[in-house]
Design a protein around this ligand. Structure first.
Ligand code: MG
Length: 77
């Protein structure tokens, strides 16, 4: 099993950065979708066949997680 705990944001600066990073990733996925459509995917050889629809959903999950982490931190300062 992959251990992602090494990437968990610890400091307030890291939590803020995580939120910004995930906002950017949602924007990238939505922007690509607006250009190429929901069912399109990266055509490059070796690239994942994840569709833009799946990509947006994955990044929304990441963003929701980043929001929850930062919300807890901000409410407990
Ligand atoms: Mg992400």
């Amino acid at each position: 099993m992959k251990d992602d705990s090494v990437y968990f944001p610890v400091t307030m600066e890291q939590k803020l950065g995580y939120l910004v990073e995930e906002c950017g990733e949602v924007l990238a996925a939505v922007g690509k979708t607006q250009r190429w459509g929901l069912e399109s995917f990266n055509p490059e050889p070796g690239a994942s066949k994840e569709t833009n629809r799946e990509w947006i959903l994955r990044e929304m999950t990441d963003l929701e997680n980043a929001c929850a982490i930062l919300r807890r931190a901000l409410e407990n300062v």
